[in-house]
Design a protein around this ligand. Structure first.
Ligand code: NAI
Length: 452
């Protein structure tokens, strides 16, 4: 502890150790890592508190639980930071995240159409968390708008570095001197631009594209996923989205030559079956992808895309499996990571004890996996699944189900705590249900890799 700064935002650093990083960016996690957390605005405090209780209990029950413990360290952003320090994002908060290399946060409010820029974007940009990783899978019993939500099991890699796409924040207001200058320049270049326009600029850099595509490929190799899909609107935005796809294919064919097969190879050389040890890298135009991911989700596994596409696509996929209340988020860089609930501050239910803590809890699961504490992570996943199967859900889900009564945030958390350490249960199927499941399984196998 001697080499450590002793306070951030005036709060003493608790006794614990820092996560360090190997040369390849892999975290080296001590038994008592210090983990900064930001409660967040609105429902943030309610869900963050319950998440910490459940994570602590799971870590204790998991192997080495007598030695391991997360040393939580509160750091501040949003309304709480404004109240305490007069600013929504104190420098010490960024410094604490840098110092400890990891963090988890609740949602933060961002005004629309003016006022301050998003704190979430500022935090992601500061930490150079260029990978926004969104795993989307179905938990049996969660209400879904589609017939077979269980077919969705994808991990979305969204470029998140803050320097690229419309998220770079390069925007000029109608009638501003800058916008008039840009319009004049564009007109000089021969473009027709209406003079009453506001203008946003979309830079897409090769560096940002390659590093997110590399992250997606490494993830697919590590986890045994067999399809990586590049998504972009390359037919219209040729030098930005189109370039993402072109650079991506050029890069993966060279850097992952032993693994990569294209859709053309799949049919001309492999008869439609992805061979063992190979990864199919394909391309989908953004609008087609939205249709595909809803109509044929089982064809997709790892999706990698630019920032704005990724933003839309993540929420659409989350909706298929039951909404943002349950979708986790991870922002990962080469020297650190920030995990976060994917929904907003839910001002309409804040302070009422009604919020669903699943999103931040599953974000904590991603954090535990990132730390290599997989047993605690899987324990939480199993407990959450069991509780939902038992029909114990918060109001947002209960509203969409029959014969289920919504419970409060804390009751839901208590139910999860009671299930920790128990094996995951499977839904009970009737005889007819089992026959249908077998037929579906066989049908799935037959058309599994028919990606044409
Ligand atoms: P929202 O996600 O806060 O709410 C949309 C609807 O979903 C509301 O009806 C809300 O009650 C419900 N909801 C959201 N999370 C829930 C949960 N965990 N449990 C139960 N119900 C839940 O989206 P909205 O209203 O557009 O945004 C509110 C504020 O949150 C804005 O200031 C926005 O900028 C911010 N926001 C922050 C995000 C972040 O910090 N990552 C992400 C999205 C929005």
């Amino acid at each position: 502890m001697n080499d450590m700064v002793k306070t951030f935002n005036g709060v003493p650093v608790p006794a614990g150790e820092k996560i360090r990083f190997a040369d390849d960016g892999a975290p080296i996690v001590p038994d008592r890592p210090i983990v900064p957390y930001i409660e967040g605005d609105g429902i943030g405090a309610e869900i963050t508190d319950q998440m910490r209780r459940i994570v602590d209990a799971a870590v204790k029950l998991a192997p080495r639980g007598d030695k391991r413990q997360i040393v939580w360290y509160e750091t501040y952003a949003g309304d709480k930071a404004i109240k305490l320090f007069g600013t929504p994002l104190p420098d010490d908060t960024k410094a604490a995240l840098d110092e400890f290399g990891i963090g988890i946060k609740g949602p933060l409010a961002t005004p629309t159409g003016g006022g301050m820029r998003s704190l979430n974007v500022a935090l992601r940009k500061h930490g150079d968390y260029y990978q926004c990783v969104r795993p989307v899978r179905y938990y049996t019993g969660v209400p879904s708008p589609v017939k077979r939500p269980q077919d969705m099991d994808v991990v979305i890699f969204r470029e998140n570095g803050g320097t690229d796409d419309l998220y770079a924040g390069i925007e000029f207001e109608k009638d501003s001197p800058e916008v008039l200058e840009i319009i004049a320049l564009l007109q000089k270049m021969g473009f027709t631009v209406s003079e009453d326009s506001g203008i946003g600029i979309k830079p897409i850099s090769r560096r940002a594209c390659i590093r997110i595509i590399r992250s997606a490929m490494e993830y697919a190799i590590k986890t045994g996923r067999k399809v990586v899909t590049l998504v972009g609107k390359g037919n219209i935005q040729k030098f930005t989205e189109g370039a993402f796809v072109a650079w991506g294919f050029e890069y993966v064919k060279e850097a992952y030559a032993d693994y990569v097969i294209t859709e053309e190879d799949l049919w001309s050389k492999y008869g439609g079956e992805i061979p063992e040890g190979k990864i199919l890298v394909n391309y989908r135009i953004t609008d087609a992808m939205f249709a595909e991911i809803i109509a044929r989700p089982s064809k997709y596994s790892v999706i990698v895309t630019t920032n704005m596409n990724g933003d839309y696509l993540s929420d659409a996929c989350a909706a298929v499996v039951g909404g943002l209340g349950i979708a986790p988020g991870a922002n990962i860089g080469d020297r650190g990571a920030l995990f976060e609930a994917t929904h907003g501050t839910a001002p309409d239910i804040a302070g009422k004890g009604l919020a669903n803590p699943s999103s931040i809890l599953l974000s904590a699961v991603e954090m535990l996996r990132y730390m290599g504490w997989n047993e605690a992570a899987e324990m939480i996943v199993a407990a959450l699944q069991n509780v939902i199967l038992d029909g114990i859900v918060t109001g947002d889900m209960a509203r969409l189900l029959t014969n289920v009564k919504g419970v409060s945030t804390s009751e839901f958390a208590e139910a999860i705590l009671a299930e920790l350490g128990k094996p995951a249960r499977r839904p009970r199927l009737t005889l007819l249900g089992r026959v249908v499941a077998v037929i579906r399984h066989l049908a799935d196998r037959l058309e599994r890799f028919d990606v044409r």
